[in-house]
Design a protein around this ligand. Structure first.
Ligand code: ADP
Ligand code: MG
Length: 782
């Protein structure tokens, strides 16, 4: 290869070219490492740490360290990292996204970067999409880490935590290879949250890491903090966590006063406003804009002269949210009503999101619209976007089967490069081109016929849908056609994992929302299949994946396709689409129908060949993905403002919590200089108390005032975001307006803070301070 061709190679090719020689070095160590006893292998960890502390270059030590991890995996799991897995591991340790297909063994790949990071002594966090996977992976890979003398903690929801403990039960190798997907709780012992974080390696979900961080910044005693530093995070299913889930910020909230009546009024007003005249609707962006006429109507209904005053701002927000609730959020699609409760349906997985609530009053507005009990409004105690949470880490890495289509977003938002890793074996999967139907009925009938036909041969079929209610519809069709099948309705990750693992068995027909059971391997013939049984399925063509609709994001379609053809297996995929599908409908399906009429195929029950349609579909996907990217950037732009304040406040908070002398002095001096009257009183109080009492009291007062003001500040920022949006009528840039306003609000916060400190310190009375002592509000997710 000459100089010029290498110059024009894509960036990731150059990265891979640099890494390949390291793999050779790792392989060269294999022979000598193999000879070590288990004890000697374990002691390598201490040796590496020593060498690092004596200043040895990490890159120099890396090949040997990787060879050690590989040997430990061989001994404990009977799996030897393939060379491509070593490449993937190095890419991850360098802080990038490794795109590795489903079934390539990313769970094992993770042990390389995680071990390397753990050597640096500040802890490594592995991030999974659900509790079940955190437990499964933490426990299975825990065997490797344990053989290397490292501790492993697992954090689950509801404050449940575990630690890997080899003494819990001796490993039964046979059960292990056969039942990979099973959670071996025998190797875990319960522990505290803090202990799990104190381990060298921690496994948990994005949700738990994020909320623990927020909770840590609401504790009133420093010893109640559970997390340590944010050194290294490895995110599994990175696209799902860093992109799809990053559309909703994390909000930790406590209860606030009841505003149920206001939601009802707003809901009534929304019901008499008419689309187009009173407000404009943007279905794609899930946004609305009230027109001048609409504003006048709202003012009349509320009996107000002017909506645009500070006090009345909240009404605008309520009515706008009520309009959204009525026109943009649909029952049984975006949410379901069960037992008088509004439950969110995750648009990507189709799962019901137990206990999750939309923020910003949207949930209450939908409750008002559906006429169910309006749950009391909560107050924000802390909030952060996933983007900003993950940016806290000194080093961030991610792995997933589908990242290249979101390369730009990873680069721009997280500063992460995406490197596609070659597969261990050549890919044998065949992706058939889409079949296009005029309407849903023709499509479903054809799908059922096709399934019957494949099913007769015994070839297993996995059917992907985009939403729960479509699952049920398809299930009815199949029942009528007499095809036995399993439906995954995604309520329990673990049970779901067991079912999806069986999807490769002879004759099985499984219907699942597109991402159900993500992270669980589908082996041909089933999880316990013998070589013979697996070969039998191979001869039938492997797993057939049938997509019943194109998803908004091409990446999610690719995820579904990736369910088959793992590790060089045969497999086929095919998507069925119709002009009635949402994606088509929003992007001009009607026009296409007109065209179909003119071509005389409007009543066709057969697939129609409208060649231009496939590219049109991909255009539509591009556009929707673009919208979503924009909306995430938008959330981030706003959160960046709060993030700057958050960093300042949390730093100050930490100083107060640890009763840091310098910070406490600074607070007192600043208080005195802003409120000179209070100065004498403060000095007088100081002489009455001993040093510890004095410091403690200042700390408590400052903290209490800070937490309350911060919570209020978050609500004010939220409101100002709304009003900045409204002012954009006047052609002003909303984010710029918001930034200006937030600076003003922050100055107010500081002034109010010193004011409150001055007031309380000046009137110090031990008893009063005891009454002021805050209680930790029970966290609720909104
Ligand atoms: P991914 O997360 O990439 O989809 P998994 O981590 O779930 O893949 O692994 C898929 C399967 O491959 C698992 O059954 C795992 O045991 C197996 N596997 C992974 N790496 C190896 C290896 N080096 N040798 C043998 N089997 C492996
Ligand atoms: Mg996986």
């Amino acid at each position: 290869m000459n100089f010029l061709t290498s110059l024009f190679k894509p960036e990731h090719e150059r990265i891979l070219a640099k890494i390949r020689p390291i793999v050779t070095l790792v392989n060269n160590f294999e022979e000598s490492i193999q000879k070590l006893t288990d004890e000697e292998l374990k002691s390598k960890t201490t040796e590496f740490k020593d060498r690092l502390s004596r200043g040895e270059d990490f890159d120099k030590l890396m090949p040997e360290a990787i060879a050690v991890v590989r040997e430990a995996a061989k001994r404990t799991l009977n799996m030897r990292h393939f060379d491509v897995q070593v490449i993937g591991g190095i890419v991850l340790f360098k802080g990038m996204i490794a795109e590795m297909r489903t079934g390539e063994g990313k769970t094992l790949v993770a042990t390389i970067p995680v071990y390397l990071a753990a050597l640096q002594g500040q802890g490594a966090h592995v991030v999974t999409v659900n509790d079940y996977l955190a437990k499964r992976d933490g426990e299975q890979m825990g065997q490797v880490y344990n053989a290397l003398g490292l501790s492993v903690g697992i954090i689950n929801s509801n404050q449940v935590s575990y630690m890997y403990d080899p003494s819990a039960k001796q490993l039964d190798n046979e059960a292990d290879t056969a039942g990979y997907y099973k959670v071996y709780e025998e190797f875990l012992k319960p522990c505290t949250r803090k202990e799990a974080y104190a381990c060298d390696i921690t496994y948990g979900t994005n949700h738990e890491y994020g909320f623990d961080y927020l909770r840590d910044n609401t504790v009133i005693r420093i010893e109640d903090k559970v997390q340590r530093v944010h050194a290294f995070a490895l995110v599994d299913e990175a696209d799902s966590i860093l992109i799809d889930e990053a559309r909703v910020p994390l909000i930790l909230s406590g209860q606030a006063d009841d505003a149920a009546e206001l939601y009802k009024v707003a809901s009534r007003i929304a019901s008499i406003l008419s689309p187009e005249d009173d407000f404009k609707l943007d279905e794609k962006l899930k946004a609305i804009q009230v027109t001048k006429q609409g504003i006048a109507k709202i003012e009349k209904e509320l009996g107000l002269d002017n909506l645009y005053t500070a006090e009345n701002m909240k009404y605008v927000h309520h009515v706008e949210t009520a309009i959204k609730a009525r026109h943009l959020y649909k029952n049984d699609i975006d949410y379901v009503v069960r037992n008088g409760e509004v439950m969110i349906v995750d648009p990507f997985t189709g799962r019901l999101q137990e206990g999750r609530r939309w923020s910003d009053g949207l949930h209450q507005s939908i409750e008002a619209k559906e006429g169910v009990e309006i749950q009391s409004e909560s107050r924000t105690l802390a909030s952060i976007t996933y983007q900003n949470y993950f940016k806290l880490y000194k080093k961030l890495a991610g792995m997933t089967g589908t990242a290249m289509t979101s390369k730009e977003e990873f680069a721009r938002v997280y500063n992460l490069d995406v490197v596609p890793i070659p597969t261990h074996r050549p890919i044998a999967r065949v992706d058939l081109s889409d079949l296009i139907f005029i309407d849903i009925k023709a499509k479903y009938n054809a799908i059922v016929e096709h399934i019957k036909e494949i099913h007769k041969t015994g070839q297993p079929i996995l059917i992907g849908t985009v939403a729960i209610e479509k699952n049920e519809l398809l299930s009815q069709y199949l029942t009528r056609a007499g095809v036995r099948h399993t439906v995954l309705n995604a309520k329990n990750h673990e049970a779901e994992g067991l079912v999806i693992a069986e999807a490769g068995k002879r004759g099985s027909v499984t219907i699942a929302t597109n991402m159900a059971g993500r992270g669980v391997d589908i082996k041909l013939g089933g999880p316990q299949a013998t070589q013979e049984e697996a070969d039998e399925i191979r001869a039938l063509g492997g797993l057939f994946v049938l997509g019943t609709e194109r998803h908004e994001a091409r990446r999610i379609d690719n995820q579904l396709r990736g369910r088959t053809g793992r590790q060089g297996d045969p497999g086929k995929t095919q998507f069925y689409v119709s002009l009635d599908d949402d994606l088509m409908r929003i992007f001009g399906g009607d026009k296409v129908k007109e065209l179909a009429k003119s071509l005389g195929v409007a009543d066709s029950t057969e697939p129609v060949s409208l060649g231009f349609l496939s590219s049109r579909l991909e255009d539509a996907q591009d556009r929707v993905e673009g919208f979503h990217f924009d909306s995430r950037k938008h959330i981030l732009e706003y959160d960046d403002v709060a993030s700057y304040h958050r960093t300042l406040i949390y730093k100050r908070r930490d100083g107060i919590l640890s009763r840091d002398e310098a910070i406490l002095n600074e607070i007192v001096e600043e208080t005195k200089s802003r409120y000179p009257d209070a100065g004498e009183a403060i000095d007088a109080k100081r002489s009455e108390l001993d040093e510890t009492q004095y410091k403690d009291i200042i700390g408590r007062v400052a903290l209490f005032a800070l937490d309350r003001l911060w919570s209020e500040h978050l609500d004010l920022l939220e409101q100002s975001k709304q009003s900045a949006g409204l002012r954009s009528y006047g052609q002003r840039e909303p984010v710029v307006e918001y930034k200006k306003e937030s600076i003003r609000l922050f100055k107010e916060l500081e002034n109010a803070w010193y004011g409150q400190i001055a007031e309380i310190l000046g009137n110090l009375d031990t008893k009063a301070i005891k009454e002021q002592q805050p209680t930790v509000t029970t966290a609720r997710i909104s």
